[in-house]
Design a protein around this ligand. Structure first.
Ligand code: 48F
Length: 278
C-alpha cells in the first residue's frame, strides 16, 4: 500500500531557500580546487566525468546551458534517436542505455534516455555538474593551464559587466563541442601555441561520419600543457570532419581523455577521493 502524503507538515519557504543556498554554496566552494575541470556537459564531457570520478578523481563539470546533453537531445534533425557503432556498445552497456540493433554494427537509442543515463552515471560516479555556468577564461600559471575562470551564463546573456571567479584544477578538458571554446581562448590570449600543425585551431571540416568518428578519437589529446580536448572539439581543433548524429565517437573520446588523464595525475592520487554515494 502506498503511503499517503502528510499534507499537515508545515512548510517554511525560508527553510527551503536556506537549504538550497547553503547546500549549493558548500559544494561550489568545495569545487574551487579539484583534479579535473571539464568544460561542457555534452556526451563527451559527461562520459569523461563518469570514468574520471569512478577512478577516484575529483571532477567538476561546468555547463553553460540550463540543461546538460549538448547536441544529443535532438538526435538527427530533431528525430530524437541517436546512432552508435559497435565499438561504443560496451560503454552503453556499462552505464545501462537500452538500444536496438539496426543492421550490422549499428545501434539506435532514444536520445532522451541516453542523455539522462549519461548525466546520472556521471553524477552518481562522483562528478559534480554545475549548470548555468560558463568558462569564459582559463587560469594560466607559467606555461600551463591550471584551472578555469567562471561566470554565470546569465551575466553574458544580459551583457552585465560583472567580474568572474576562478577554480583551480590539475587538468582542464575542453569538451565544448563544435566551438572548441577553451582552445580558442588559448589562441586568443596566448597566441598560436596549441599542439597543432599551425598552433591555431585547424577548424572543423564538412560532415563525413566514417572519417569523423575515427579521427575524433585520434584527436583526443593534450593541446596545451594542462589542457586536453575531447568530443567534437577535438576535430574542431585538429581539422577533422563533423560526423552528424552518430555519437559513438563522443563516448570513445570521453573515455580516452579520462584514460589519458588517469595515466598522468599526481602519482595517480586525486585531490580527494571520489564522492560517489553508496
Ligand atoms: O556540443 P556538445 O554535445 O559536444 P560533444 O560532447 O558532442 C557533440 C555532439 O553533441 C554533436 C555531434 C555528434 O556528431 O557533433 O554535436 O563534443 O556539448 C558541448 C557542451 O558544452 C557547453 C555547451 O552548452 C554544450 O552543452 N559549452 C560550450 N561552451 C561552454 C560550455 C563554455 N564556455 N562553458 C561551459 N559550457
Amino acid at each position: 500500500m502506498s503511503k499517503r502524503v502528510d499534507a499537515s507538515q508545515p512548510l517554511d519557504d525560508v527553510i527551503i531557500s536556506r537549504a538550497i543556498i547553503q547546500e549549493f554554496t558548500k559544494d561550489f566552494v568545495d569545487s574551487l580546487e579539484g583534479d579535473v575541470a571539464i568544460v561542457g556537459a555534452g556526451p563527451a564531457g559527461m562520459i569523461a566525468g563518469y570514468y574520471l570520478a569512478r577512478a577516484g578523481k575529483k571532477v567538476v563539470i561546468y555547463e553553460r546551458k540550463l540543461a546538460v546533453g549538448g547536441g544529443m537531445w535532438g538526435g538527427g534533425m530533431m528525430y530524437n534517436r541517436c546512432i552508435f557503432q559497435e565499438a561504443s556498445k560496451p560503454i552503453l552497456d556499462e552505464i545501462g542505455v537500452r538500444m536496438k540493433k539496426w543492421g550490422k554494427g549499428y545501434y539506435v537509442t532514444d536520445s532522451l534516455e541516453t542523455v539522462s543515463v549519461l548525466c546520472s552515471s556521471a553524477v552518481k560516479a562522483g562528478s559534480r555538474i554545475f549548470n548555468c555556468i560558463s568558462a569564459e577564461d582559463v587560469m594560466i600559471r607559467g606555461e600551463r593551464v591550471m584551472g578555469v575562470v567562471l561566470n554565470w551564463s546569465a551575466v553574458s546573456v544580459a551583457r552585465l559587466h560583472v567580474d568572474p571567479l576562478s577554480a583551480r584544477a590539475e587538468y582542464v578538458v575542453d569538451a565544448t563541442g563544435h566551438d572548441a571554446e577553451v582552445a580558442k581562448i588559448i589562441v586568443r590570449k596566448i597566441g598560436k601555441k596549441l599542439f597543432t600543425e599551425t598552433g591555431e585551431l585547424m577548424g572543423e571540416k564538412s560532415m563525413w561520419a566514417e572519417v569523423g568518428e575515427k579521427t575524433i578519437v585520434e584527436n583526443t589529446k593534450e593541446i596545451y600543457p594542462g589542457l586536453y580536448v575531447a568530443g567534437m572539439a577535438s576535430n574542431a581543433v585538429f581539422g577533422g570532419p563533423r560526423m552528424g548524429p552518430i555519437f559513438g565517437g563522443m563516448l570513445l573520446s570521453g573515455k580516452k581523455v579520462a584514460e589519458l588523464i588517469l595515466g598522468r595525475g599526481r602519482g595517480g592520487e586525486g585531490v580527494r577521493r571520489g564522492r560517489a554515494m553508496g
